[in-house]
Design a protein around this ligand. Structure first.
Ligand code: TRP
Length: 819
């Protein structure tokens, strides 16, 4: 402590641990025993002293006044913080001064470090309206002006930090993260805030664990078991060195690997963990560190501390013990070996001397200056222009703390190029450095600045990261992956698992006809009409158009029909050539030629079924086929009639034959065919067949086919042919016993049998085959029945004409030749 005109208090966690006091209230509690000296906090306290001394020597700031200070230890524990706060108010130490000896001359307090302690301290200072400025308490809870009216801080509110962490997680696609926190307000509110920030993002929390306030190895091991078994490789920790030191100690014995730590500002710059033994476990840690700033004289100032200079200061002794593991004075009764006196505070990396980038110390420095500047402003007050009641000013010899608070709220000043001020809630400007733990020279850990978060920038531009400079956990340059389920590739979609967070999902492939072209699609989308999904379901491709084309099937049909037509023409030629021979003449040569001609057309009309259906080919298909077939069968019918008539005419008294002259025959053929023509004409006029796209039968294809237009007409046409064929068959059957060696009726019967068989088989085949195959079936039926007719009717005759000319006599044919 130091005297001065105005006294400010300082509360620092000079020890990071304490023995739980025995508070059973039956006797006066003993002084708290703190242990675990924290050189870092000692440095902060020294910074406060330095700042006060600087201000006292500064001729511009508070020229005629001096500042004094009182510094107390909170042992990083709220209850002790409370004792420290009371001590700050009352006197040197609880032991040495009578309690409540009088009003404290204290104007403001600098403190505390941890939020939990700050809350307690703030509550104690409130009745006295003494403002406090915290240098490290970032809990969002402290923003509440009603609960903490006198609280100021020079560290950003954690709301910004959690925002930054959330953005970091999103940025690196870490969608499955674990949260670990200490058991204090800071941890509670930070986790709450982070969960709030993560709502609506793609990040899910795998687990939330809490390190107990009183460190408990059993519990810690349970937490590590959770960490080990989870697939979340990224763990965000809101905690401070106090809990982290034992926790990490146990962590290192557990041999857990692959954890990428995201450190909160409270421990991301803690030099306790910079030892090389930590690197395999903590290397790659990333986090947001609070703003650093230069304190030019800090390093020199810290070095002035040594046991020779302050032989009676127990803190300096503890510092020596903590830094060098030796006891500087023999009287202290510690078990440590005595120091040589040769220890110098030159090691830049020691927890105390690490002044390369002061962050918290810089905050302390700013806090002291903020008080000095406010005090300065307060003293500059012109009488009758003051801010208080009746425009009065504060009296310089009797400044009330609440008057200073007013000026603190208003103050703005510059320090090392940075503007320091407080907003209405006592918060300061949100700015963070992104710190990455990398292996330094000598294999210890070095804090490398790899970016920044500036909360004053517009949304989306706050985070600036130099990704290429980051070294990740496990000494890797690739961003670690922390996801619950690996993303779904295009072609599949996410299916959320029941009862699990949205980040855990299965990938189900899209149904056919649906696609997804992005990774992690939520839904598969339907392909537009006439499009279908490809095999991978990643794109819509236009559907395959199918019709009976000139592929293998089409070519086979074409060849068969042309062969058939050629054979028929050959038969015509043979008949024509031998038109004067008996067999041709006996069998009604004119009708034979008609039949052959019709057969040629029949063969050819199967060609119309091949190729892309057009309006014309559709109309042509059925009509051409039905008319030619009708013609053909009409001819055969005519022939049968003649044969039948001849058969009946052999009985005396019958002269049917005279009714069946050539003219009559032609008339019969013509009229029979005409009926079919009329049906077809009616069909074409009323509901002609038209080309249509069949997408029903196979959804991945468009089948081009001819729709019959009117199925009634279609079946009428077929029925009519069938009727003719049956008639023909019956007549021929009746006439089959005609005497003679060459009985035409027998062949006609036979051919009609084949014909009927083919077309009866055709009907079910036609109905059940899809689009283009129906055409093929019909085409085949035409060819098969045509071949049937051709072979049955004409093959035997050609055989006789060409190979057995000796049988080609009238006698032989009539069966009248001599046996
Ligand atoms: N920002 C932290 C806080 O507000 C820093 C901190 C200091 C801390 N000491 C602590 C956190 C002890 C937890 C425990 O609390």
């Amino acid at each position: 402590m130091a005297e001065g005109d105005y006294i400010i208090g300082g509360i620092f966690p000079l020890h990071y641990n304490q023995e739980m006091p025995d508070l059973n209230c039956t006797y006066r509690p003993p002084p708290v025993k703190c242990n675990g000296f924290d050189p870092r906090a000692f440095r902060w306290a020294q910074t406060m002293r330095l700042a006060v001394e600087e201000i006292n020597h500064n001729m511009e700031l508070l020229p005629n006044y001096t500042l004094g200070y009182k510094i107390f230890d909170s042992c990083a524990y709220p209850l002790t913080g409370q004792r420290a706060a009371l001590a700050v108010l009352n006197g040197l130490s609880e032991d040495h001064s009578a309690m409540c000896s009088g009003a404290s001359p204290l104007l403001a307090v600098i403190g505390e470090s941890g939020s939990a302690q700050s809350i307690v301290v703030s509550r104690i200072l409130q009745p006295f309206r003494i403002p406090m400025i915290s240098y490290f308490s970032s809990c969002a809870c402290l923003t509440d002006r009603i609960k903490y009216p006198t609280f100021f801080r020079v560290i950003p509110n954690d709301d910004y930090q959690v925002k930054a962490i959330a953005q970091l997680l999103v940025r690196f696609n870490w969608t499955w993260v674990g949260l670990v926190r200490g058991d204090h307000e800071y941890g509670r509110f930070a986790v709450q805030g982070l969960l709030r920030e993560l709502q609506g993002t793609k990040v899910c929390v795998a687990y939330q664990e809490m390190i107990p306030l009183l460190y408990n190895r059993q519990r810690a091991l349970e937490i590590m078991q959770v960490m080990r078994s989870s697939t979340a490789k990224v763990v965000v920790v809101f905690s401070a060195e106090g809990e982290m030191t034992p926790f990490l100690g146990d962590y290192m014995t557990q041999n857990i690997t692959g954890i990428q730590w995201v450190a909160s500002e409270a421990w991301v710059t803690a030099s306790v963990f910079t030892g090389s033994e930590y690197y395999p476990y903590l290397g790659g840690t990333i986090g947001f560190g609070i703003r650093k700033g230069p304190i030019s004289r800090l390093s020199d100032y810290l070095q002035t501390v040594n046991p020779q200079m302050y032989p009676n200061n127990p803190l300096v002794q503890e510092l020596w013990e903590a830094l060098y593991g030796c006891s500087p004075s023999s009287s202290s009764g510690s078990q440590l070996p005595p120091c040589s006196g040769q220890e110098y505070l030159l090691d830049q990396h020691s927890a105390y001397m690490n002044t390369s980038s002061p962050r918290v110390a810089y905050n302390v420095y700013k806090a002291v200056y903020a008080i000095a500047h406010s005090l300065h402003n307060l003293l500059l007050c012109q009488p009758d222009q003051g801010p208080f009641l009746n425009n009065s000013c504060a009296q310089s010899n009797n400044i009330q703390p609440w008057q200073l608070q007013h000026y603190l709220q208003e103050v703005t000043f510059n320090i090392a190029g940075e503007v320091v001020n407080f907003d209405l809630k006592g918060d300061s400007i949100p700015y963070y450095d992104i710190i990455n733990w990398q292996r330094g020279t000598g294999s210890n850990i070095e804090f490398v600045n790899v970016g920044l978060f500036d909360g004053t920038k517009p949304v989306g531009e706050e985070l600036v990261i130099q990704e290429e400079r980051i070294m990740w956990a496990g000494h890797q340059s690739e961003v670690p992956v922390s996801v619950c389920s690996v993303s779904c590739l295009p072609g599949s979609r996410k299916a959320v698992r029941r009862g699990e967070p949205v980040c855990c999902f299965d990938c189900v492939p899209c149904d056919s006809g649906k696609i997804s072209n992005q990774t992690n699609s939520i839904e598969c989308t339907f392909c537009p009409e006439d499009f279908w999904s490809n095999k991978d379901r990643t794109a819509c491709i236009s559907k395959k158009i199918e019709f009976l084309a000139y592929d293998s099937l089409g070519i086979a049909l074409t060849v068969i029909s042309i062969v058939g037509a050629c054979l028929t023409i050959a038969a015509i030629t043979v008949f024509f050539h031998h038109r004067n021979t008996a067999i041709v003449r006996v069998n009604n040569s004119e009708l034979s030629f008609f039949i052959l001609f019709a057969l040629t057309l029949c063969f050819l009309c199967s060609l119309v079924f091949i190729g892309e259906p057009t309006a014309w080919s559709c109309m042509l298909r059925h009509t051409a086929f039905s008319i030619t077939f009708s013609l053909c069968i009409s001819c055969i019918l005519g022939k049968t009639l003649v044969v039948w008539a001849a058969f009946t005419a052999t009985r005396p008294g019958d002269n049917i034959m005279k009714w069946l002259g050539h003219k009559q025959q032609r008339a019969i053929i013509f009229s029979c065919t005409l009926v079919q023509v009329i049906i077809c004409a009616a069909w074409l006029i009323d509901a002609p067949p038209y080309p249509s796209r069949n997408t029903q039968y196979e959804r991945s294809k468009i089948i081009l086919e001819c729709s019959v237009g009117s199925s009634l007409a279609f079946w009428c046409v077929l029925g009519y042919i069938g009727l003719q064929a049956c008639l023909c068959f019956i007549l021929a059957f009746l006439a089959r016993k005609l005497p003679g060696n060459f009985n035409e009726a027998k062949f006609i019967t036979f051919s009609m049998l084949i014909f009927c068989a083919v077309w009866l088989a055709f009907i079910p085949a036609y109905i059940s085959s899809p689009g283009n195959y129906a055409d093929a079936v019909e085409s085949f039926a035409i060819l098969a029945s045509s071949f049937g007719l051709l072979f049955c009717l004409f093959a035997p005759k050609c055989y006789i004409i060409l190979l057995k000319p000796e049988k080609n006599t009238k006698q032989h044919l009539m069966g009248k030749e001599k046996r």
